[in-house]
Design a protein around this ligand. Sequence first.
Ligand code: SF4
Length: 371
Amino acid sequence: MPARRRRRRPVAPTPTELARIEAMRAVVKAEAREEPGVYRMTSPEGEVIYVGKSKSLRTRLLSYFRAQYPRDKGARILRQAATLVWDPLPSEFDALLRELQLIKQLRPRYNVAMKRDARAYAFVRLSQGPAPRLHIVRSAGLDESATYYGPFRGAYQLEEAVRALNDVLGLRDCALGTPMFFPDRPDLGPARTRTPGCIRHEIGKCLGPCIGAAPETAYLTQVQTALAFLEGETETPLTPLRDEMARASEALDFERAGLWRDKVRSLEALREQFARLRFALESLSFVYRIPGASPETDRTYVIRRGRVRHACATPRTARERGALTQRIREVLTPDESERTTVPGHEVDEVLLVAAWFKRNPKELKRTKPLA
Ligand code: SF4
């Protein structure tokens, strides 16, 4: 029987920690007001260890000092903190955006909740390099060396569908660092023997770029077909699967026909997910006005495809309105319509904006079309 791991008993704060906590509480009590904003907790060494946001800063910050039990997450963070500072902002939405920016910039170690949220999603990633690979990842990451599609729910189904797509188009699915060779790319060097343990080329499921079995142009054509399928522009990958299904049915091999049918369905479901995401991204394009506590704090956001492209005080003069109209024109200028691509570093913001309007559907009444 495996030995039971002993849970460490929580240790009470030291007198030094208690003195620091009391000093922070006194500042919050004296100065924090009920207004939206972000806050940061910093360790004695100057490291920002936690960033949070609230629509009522005073209530939120004081709640940390009521979390007495040492295992409580808030109390644990507070014990590590030497300073607690906050910045009031005009709206809760502004606070959410600022919190996201600070977390990306500072990467505080206690901001684990946001990472956990991100893991609930999966993304289809197209790598770069001589033989791009289409695969599923749990996080969009920050690298710009790849194209991400998503976010999607249901990583397992996504993986099945992308596997079927790779198989039918002959795209590789081996490790990203595997050397690739093409007869029309002598700069990559002469082809070596195939990676041991992979038989996808032999069974007709991969064009075999690891052994230079096909020209790069042929491989890239298949990649483009995959992308066109995901963007709803072609049915090409479905045709051979449907043909196989029909052949198996005619041969009364219903088990095989069922396997092909499952692949067809999984690709159709993948295409459907992409179509839904395209629609969601397009529907998250508008001008969003949030009234502040006073006319000076009214805010206007220009949102395109789930990303805040411009934020400013709501214009009050004709000149300011003209400047905003000009800004909207600039935001709309690059043609991004009807694509499912979200730059890696902006996925978190798309998720945040989508979650905000899902949680607060009445806020959509404050929006107006961009054009
Ligand atoms: S056949 Fe070669 S390129 Fe294709 S998946 Fe296998 S190792 Fe990768």
